[in-house]
Design a protein around this ligand. Sequence first.
Ligand code: SF4
Ligand code: SF4
Length: 59
Amino acid sequence: MITVNRYVCGYCGACVGVCPVCALELVETWIEVSDGCIECGRCVKLCPTGALSLEEAQG
Ligand code: SF4
Ligand code: SF4
């Protein structure tokens, strides 16, 4: 799953535009990741502040 480090995110909105399935949404000052995420990793590579990370699901 994609996790967002809210202390690092600059809310630039760049990740929202790059997501192929529109799983990211900028809600006021918070990036939301929906269940539609296919874990393609595009947003992780694109984020200029390194706020996004792709982690293995537990269990
Ligand atoms: S990993 Fe891919 S599908 Fe998931 S939120 Fe990022 S850009 Fe969208
Ligand atoms: S690209 Fe990174 S810094 Fe920009 S809104 Fe997305 S998570 Fe935040």
